[in-house]
Write a protein that binds this ligand. Sequence first.
Ligand code: HAM
Length: 416
Amino acid sequence: MSIQAIKGVKDILPADMPAWQHLEKIAREIFENYGFSEIRVPVFEYTELFARSIGASTDIVEKEMYTFDDRDGRKLTLRPEGTAGVVRALIEHKLYADNQLVKLYYMGPMFRHERPQKGRYRQFHQVGVESLGGTHPHVDIEILVMLHRLFARLGITGLTLQVNSLGDAACRDGYRDVLKRYLKAKLPDLCADCQRRYETNPLRVLDCKVDAEKFADSPVMLDHLCGDCKDHFAVVETGLKTLGIPFVVNPRLVRGLDYYTRTTFELVMEHAGAQNTVAAGGRYDGLVKEIGGPAIPGIGFALGVERAVSLLNTELLKPRRPQLYIAALGNAAVGLMLPVVHALRNEGIGVETDYTGASLKSQMKKADKYEAAYTLIVGEQEMVSRTAVLRNMATKEQIAVSLDRVVEEVRSRVKT
Ligand code: HAM
């Protein structure tokens, strides 16, 4: 039997690329317009980086990481997300500066050993941003507006921006106690993970994939925020309203990663079943310090490219077509056209040809299949008269062009 791709790991085929490239292009344009620069960090890191940042008692770290020993006996992990690596690079290269935001974006594959299904893969792709160094709630607003703008530009509608606050170190402890009191009575009915996390990290219990519905009446962080967190959230809400960004407050929004503080959010496709979160993120004011850097706050988001692409209207995204097809009939004509093909490409003209020297009929079929704008036909007769026939494929108009001036003649007609 032939070898197949790994379960949950997809090929992205040429037919898929126009949508992927469109999304990446629009994302770059928007991010750069907001002052973000691209960063590329490795796809694998020391395991400890993810355990310390995402949180040792999260599903990602406990169950989903692709971890292996390398030949030197170090534990390495294929990155399950982008934030940890970006923050590690920020610290390692001291990318931070006083009183200045460091704004970074990235694109690339991530790896999680989840149960594969539509919209959930073991290798998937994220486009993400991280803004580091700002505590002001307007930084949160900038990130949320940019997320909104990105999906608006992509023409993806029907998404709801859900926003919540997860508080900070000052108020989280108080809430943890309240939550533990609430969970205590339910404990015997909960799964083994929940029972363990009740002791180690009770906030994680609310994110349990098995028991989540049992917590519909749980106390929520939003009701237990300290004064500073409350004020921060109020400014974010007001700012979004002022700017006309639609959102709903979802006090039950919990994230699957431990590093979040204060503003957290998800862009959710309503009525779309389980894999309905297209993008997600939030503030992580303690993370840089947690992994050994200075006390630098941060906020960011990542979108799932497979999920976003599945919502794109791809009808307008035609793959690139050649501007010119060269039909060289017979071997001598193929040889004669060799410098012409490359001279035209050097001029930036998209040229397609096959080197078979096959009959006019079969090559015209090929030109149609490529949807070339023009076809240049050179056969025996043309070689004798030192002319070629240039055919406009849309109007079917044909003109004779001199073989000595073929590059100039084609260039002047075919738009680049
Ligand atoms: P996340 O919520 O784990 O956040 O992932 C972000 C997005 O990646 C999800 O909303 C989803 O669209 C996509 N995604 C996640 N897992 C899969 C999967 N198995 N298959 C397909 N798509 C998937 C983070 O990763 C954070 N690093 C986001 C962030 C950046 N927070 C702050 N900065």
